[in-house]
Design a protein around this ligand. Structure first.
Ligand code: ADP
Length: 535
């Protein structure tokens, strides 16, 4: 603001555009940002680990989600603060790249911020902290590499893969069925994996859910399941050796549009029109039969009359099938999607050994199973559960397990979980701090302390005394030179994570550390926050 005078000597105030904005500078800006980041991390902290709590989130339209998955919690939290949004992004990137470890990465970032705050208060410049963190993260990532082991498995010996997926699932709501779900996830991934090229296309795995039944009824179907039924109840419920026409064009006579003018003033004219429409459709059905189709799957709907005719002419059909599903059906059955009816030929038909309709319980719900497909690469995981929330959470957990299995196929290096990798890194980073003469050593040491946040949170969430437990485990690491000691969350009686079969992928853990460091560095480097203030 500035005070000025007009030509008559009357004072007035000049408000510059900038000053309408609120502004935080220097240390205040950093502290405010750190506080925002920490508050997000604090929310997720209690969800970490096998004994972590779940969160219930209600959307503005009343939908309720109960979940334990970090990325989903943050996604649904609808945060306003920009720094908090960065944390949401952080979890999303981990989810995008790795698929698992989304809670851990945010807890880690929160703890790095907490440590940075202490250093800032001691007068260390944020840039020095950022540099120190960068060095420390590189030391930690290298150390992870050195303590990692190769995990051997093959297409016939899938037990190791199953064990790793079980670790991921053990912290989820669905942990009751972790063995069965882990096996399903591994088999699904192996079905679509190219072990030679070390490539897995997760798009070929369809995850479908239906309310009803038990979680134990969840199954892996070697084919595609579509949440649709035959368009007419009297059509056959089971077609063997099906030749499928996959249509994205309307499967009915062309309808007159509003801009067309059709004058029908006599009964005969109406009947002629009707007859012609019927003939048109009849020709279409004939064409399908001529090329050898025994089933039509169509993206569009057809009216009751057409439906009836299809039933009479014994050509089973399924209508209103979504685009993504059509694509999967085409991949699985080796067929081609036909966008124009004229282009339908025998070569474009998909082939499946069995197409059947299955009904569930006492409901009218039916689903279509397309199995024994020409290309067995597409599979479906069909989830059952008591309610929609359970199914949705199972879908998210299965997604994590699928990602873990995929990551192992791409790179079969693992580190042990339960906080053991973090403790081991913490010791290594702490030792490295002594070798750095500059101010950065404070930041490096702080980084080592921040790594302890994961085992501390795991212990706290399991009802153990956090500091005491960590001290015991840490001394075990040093004394026994054993990097496999972690937090015995489930009270199994040993804290050797190898014996407990608690693994995580090396790339996942490395990514957690790298991503968390990156975001914290970014937050530390902000020294001016200018926001439009409401007035
Ligand atoms: P994220 O979303 O980060 O994967 P989780 O809630 O799945 O978070 O928790 C993962 C953490 O829990 C990892 O550090 C993992 O090592 C640890 N963990 C999982 N199962 C066990 C177990 N049985 N005992 C000890 N720690 C475990």
């Amino acid at each position: 603001m500035a005070l000025a005078f007009d030509e008559y000597g009357r004072p007035f105030i000049i408000l510059r555009e900038q000053e309408k904005k609120s502004r935080l500078q220097g240390l205040d800006a950093q502290k405010a940002n750190i506080a925002a980041g920490k508050s997000v991390a604090r929310i997720l902290r209690t969800s970490l680990g096998p004994k972590g709590m779940d969160k219930m989130l209600q959307s503005p339209d009343g939908d309720v989600t109960i979940t334990n998955d970090g990325a989903t919690i943050l996604e649904l939290m609808d945060v306003d603060n920009q720094i908090a949004k960065l944390m949401v992004e952080l979890s999303r990137s981990q989810d995008y790249d790795i698929g698992d470890g989304t809670t851990g990465v945010v807890v880690m970032a929160g703890s790095l911020l907490e440590q940075a705050e202490k250093l800032l208060e001691r007068g260390i410049h944020p840039i020095r902290i950022a540099e120190g963190y960068e060095m420390a993260s590189r030391i930690a990532v290298d150390h992870l590499e050195s303590i990692s082991t190769k995990y051997e498995f093959s297409a016939t010996d899938i037990e190791p893969l199953v064990q790793t997926c079980m670790t991921t699932l053990s912290s989820k709501i669905v942990s009751r069925c972790k063995r069965a779900l882990a096996e399903i996830a591994v088999k699904a991934v192996l079905a679509v994996a190219d072990l030679e090229r070390k490539d897995v296309n997760l798009d070929l795995i369809k995850v479908e859910g239906k309310v009803g039944g038990k979680l134990e009824d969840t199954e892996l179907v070697q084919g595609i399941i579509v949440d649709k039924d035959m368009s007419h109840p009297q059509m056959p419920k089971r077609i063997e050796d099906a030749h499928i026409a996959i249509l994205t064009c309307p499967f009915e006579p062309p309808k007159p549009k509003t801009k067309h003018k059709v004058d029908i003033d006599t009964v005969e004219k109406f009947q002629t029109l009707r007859g012609q429409e019927q003939k048109y459709f009849d020709d279409m059905v004939q064409k399908c039969k001529d090329v050898g189709a025994t089933l039509v799957i169509c993206q569009w709907g057809f009216d009751d009359e057409a439906n009836h005719l299809l039933m009479q002419r014994e050509l089973p059909a399924v209508r209103w099938v979504g685009g993504v599903e059509l694509e999967l059906i085409a991949i699985a059955t080796g067929g081609r999607i036909v966008p124009r009816f004229q282009e339908l030929t025998t070569e474009k038909l998909g082939k499946a050994g069995l197409v059947r309709e299955k009904s569930f319980g006492t409901t009218k719900d039916r689903m279509l199973y397309i199995e024994k497909c020409a290309n067995s690469k597409a599979v479906t995981i069909f989830i059952r559960g008591g309610n929609k929330m359970m199914i949705e959470e199972t879908k998210r957990s299965i997604h994590d397990a699928l990602c873990v299995a995929r990551n192992l196929i791409i790179n079969n290096s693992i580190v042990y979980g339960g906080g053991s990798a973090e403790i081991s890194c913490s010791i290594a980073v702490d030792a490295a701090a002594d070798r750095h003469p500059g101010v950065e050593q404070y930041a490096i040491r702080a980084f080592a302390d921040a790594l302890d946040a994961i085992p501390l949170a795991l212990a706290e969430n399991s009802g153990l005394a956090p500091i005491d437990t960590l001290t015991v485990v840490k001394s075990q690491h040093v004394k026994e030179n054993n990097s496999r000691c972690g937090i015995d969350c489930n009270d199994v009686g040993t804290n050797d994570m190898k014996e407990q079969n608690v693994f995580e992928t090396l790339i996942g853990k490395q990514q957690q550390i790298l991503l968390a460091t990156q975001v914290v560095k970014m937050i530390l480097k902000i020294d001016d926050v200018i926001t439009p203030s409401e007035y």
